[in-house]
Design a protein around this ligand. Sequence first.
Ligand code: MRU
Length: 354
Amino acid sequence: MVKTIELVDGVVKMLDQTRLPREVVYVDCKDYQMVARGIKDLWIRGAPAIGIAASMGIAIGAREVRADSFDEFMNGLEPVFRTLLATRPTAVNIQWAVDRTRKLLDERKDRPIDELKTFLIEESLRVLEQDIEINKTIGKWGSQFIKDGDTIITHCNAGSLATGGYGTATGPIRAAVEQGKKIQVYADETRPVLQGCRLTSWELMQDNIPVTLITDNTAGAILYNGEINLAIVVTDLTVANGDVANKIGTYPLAVLCRENGVPFYVAAPLSSIDFSIPTGDLIPIEERGPEEVTHVFGCHIAPEGVKVRNIAFDVTPARYVTGIITEKGVFRPEDLHRLNEPGVDLEAIMLKAE
Ligand code: MRU
């Protein structure tokens, strides 16, 4: 399985995903500003992976902070937090990494500053390890809905490349393969950045998982023909009522699945769920520059000067979602908010395969 990101001797090494699959190149980020650039320019992308990158960026940013007191240290970290938070607005994992850092540091405010700096490095490595474990657990829960012989459609890239490893949407797929089920995957190419084409199909081929690449506008025909048994996508931010923000094109895929009676599952690590946001209308949606639409690999394909909208994410209303696969089990979107209730009997509300 390909390694997306690591932190070695104070340097964040990230696989530059903009060059895949033509070149496998790791970029050395020696300061937090370069980590932030890597997130913004999509060298690293996918919600969990950018959460890990943010944790590592904070850790190497903290090394540079000169402080004699805890308050000075926290003040010195503010520009690091701000720079990382400004990179990508929709994926909640950067905010998650910042909030988690603040909380963990606050719990250790009486410790020496040098010890806190070492702690942040170790903590970012733990975030990476935990992410892989979470994905394996999501894989185990989600694989119950995949039967031997099934064909699964997915959108964008939610594999190893988008996470610390194993993948969120590919978690159930990998687990099903490990269980000996013979399955196939259809990968939407995912215009304009082509994560499905360049990344998902590449990484599944690396691991010998049968994959067929389709253009985004082919999904309808394939679903109508009855060739797909289920869809599994992932999320950059899921909110309390079960509305799901994910890569642009997820919403039309969900509507097509509903129209054709195909179950639509969303793999969502708890770090990507924000229970404080009541509905999907309140999710900030990233819009990116026009070049991703007007150019393909540096080649201008649109008329010079044409007006462009490049909306990076859409929101799929909860009513189109069959189940949300978390590391705590699979839940109907309308039950999702109950995960936040103290003492709730999760077993009683869990969705199980027939
Ligand atoms: O713009 P990207 O490539 O970061 O968008 C990625 C997606 O939309 C993924 O589906 C999502 O982040 C989940 S990654 C496990």
